[in-house]
Design a protein around this ligand. Structure first.
Ligand SMILES: Cc1cc2nc3c(=O)[nH]c(=O)nc-3n(C[C@H](O)[C@H](O)[C@H](O)COP(=O)(O)OP(=O)(O)OC[C@H]3O[C@@H](n4cnc5c(N)ncnc54)[C@H](O)[C@@H]3O)c2cc1C
Length: 388
């Protein structure tokens, strides 16, 4: 293997530079202002869509750039590194766009993918349920057939961006006709469907994206709201969850980069002992450690994405989980060290870092918690007995 195997293709490097420039022109101030005013990042989202960045991994024939998840993850990482971690990229283009592109009918692809690619149609994703939580085998949202239609009943919680979404890809279950056992299935539910209600959850962090509890009460859907097939639901779901984890890693790695850059800039100029505080090892070493952890974490993100884009869903599963874990850890560590390196300024609005502490913390919980990843790695990578 030559050393060039560790570099990204020139097109992706150019893509990163272009996204960094666009997202940087909005910057952290824009996100903080929108968050505090209860506003949305619509202008930035539409700009990202118009320039083709949201749709980089969607097939060209449906309005996308024809690239892979590695490209989409590069877009999110750069936006986050510029201070704009666009959470809905994890769901709309990554999960929903991928699942529809891989398993949807031609008609479904034509209907939804161009809008997801150019940012004019946003799709949220709902799997988490109040009484199931991390144990998604316990979800009870159920779809039953009624003539030509499906009828959905159930509830979801912590679903991001429903107020900005045109539809939600809902993980539901249908009863197997032969065994009566419930199996997962994916349905596109318009947010204005009768019987669909979204209640905002007052969250403890400030971000433009809100979270919602969904009440799904006898929502009637046409037959073609089902994406893919009833029988291969679990495989289709996992095909969407790997990109979700890789994008979770990109979200966190971008936040870590933003925090590290800010801290390094600050400690180069802040002077309280006759030299910049970055000259003290007590300040420099934690930052150097973050740099090493960050580069490790970015390599895992790139490996997971490369495996996924090569069609190795199984291998990608293992590395997507590890990448998400490593990235969440480095984002939490980096934001903490960055705040600390700024002293009191780290806690002010002006420096835009304090709110990032909580944004980084999301990565340890969602889309899959740190413990569930450790459970997965212990069982699948190490061959230990299932512990949950
Ligand atoms: C900001 C945010 C946005 C989100 N967006 C979405 C979204 O768009 N769509 C969506 O479907 N969901 C979303 N979620 C939900 C998220 O995926 C869940 O919160 C997450 O999967 C954990 O589920 P839970 O909150 O029910 O925790 P629980 O399952 O109740 O777990 C609580 C704690 O116990 C630990 N734990 C649970 N089981 C085990 C075990 N067997 N072994 C060891 N430890 C265990 C967990 O790791 C966690 O630390 C979002 C969450 C947040 C915070």
């Amino acid at each position: 293997m030559t050393i060039t195997a560790f570099s990204e293709p020139e097109e992706r490097i150019a893509l990163r530079q272009a996204v960094a420039k666009l997202a940087g022109s909005y910057g952290r101030e824009y996100i903080e202002k929108k968050s505090r005013e209860g506003g949305k990042t619509t202008e930035l989202w539409q700009d990202m869509g118009k320039n083709g960045y949201l749709g980089v991994s969607i097939p060209e024939e449906f309005g996308g750039g024809g690239g892979g998840i590695a490209d989409l993850a590069a877009v999110l990482e750069e936006a986050a590194a510029a201070g704009a971690p666009l959470l809905l990229m994890v769901v709309s283009p990554a999960i929903c766009g991928t699942v529809i592109a891989r398993f949807g009918t031609d008609e479904q692809k034509k209907r939804w993918l161009p809008g997801i690619a150019d940012g004019s149609f946003t799709m949220a994703f709902g799997i988490t349920e109040p009484d199931a939580g991390s144990n998604s085998h316990k979800i009870t949202t159920t779809a039953t057939r009624d003539g030509d239609e499906w009828v959905l009943n159930g509830a979801k919680t912590f679903i991001s961006g429903v107020d900005e979404a045109d539809a939600v890809l809902i993980v539901s279950r249908t009863a197997d006709a032969k065994t009566g056992k419930l199996k997962p299935c994916l349905f596109v539910v318009p947010t204005d469907a009768k019987g669909f209600e979204a209640q905002p959850i007052p969250m403890g962090f400030v971000a433009p994206e809100k979270q919602f509890t969904l009440f799904i009460d006898k929502v009637r859907l046409p037959a073609d709201a089902l994406v893919g097939t009833e029988d291969a639901g679990i495989m289709q779901l996992f095909a969407g969850l790997n990109p979700e984890r890789i994008m979770g890693a990109a979200f966190s790695n971008g936040i870590a980069r933003y925090a590290l850059d800010k801290a390094v800039d600050y400690v180069k100029t802040r002077d309280v002992w006759g030299q910049p505080i970055g000259a003290h090892q007590g300040i420099a070493h934690p930052l150097a450690k973050i740099k090493i952890e960050l580069e490790q974490s970015r390599l895992l993100q790139q490996k997971a994405a490369a495996l996924y884009d090569a069609g190795d869903d199984f291998g990608a599963g293992e590395f997507a989980n590890m990448a998400k874990y490593a990235a969440a850890e480095v984002a939490c560590n980096a934001t903490d060290v960055a705040v600390h390196s700024h002293g009191g300024n780290g806690m002010t609005q002006e420096y835009g870092l304090a709110t990032m502490l909580l944004a980084a913390r999301i990565g340890r919980i969602a889309p899959v918690s740190r413990e569930m990843i450790l459970n997965f790695v212990a069982m699948h990578s190490l061959g230990l007995p299932k512990s949950y």
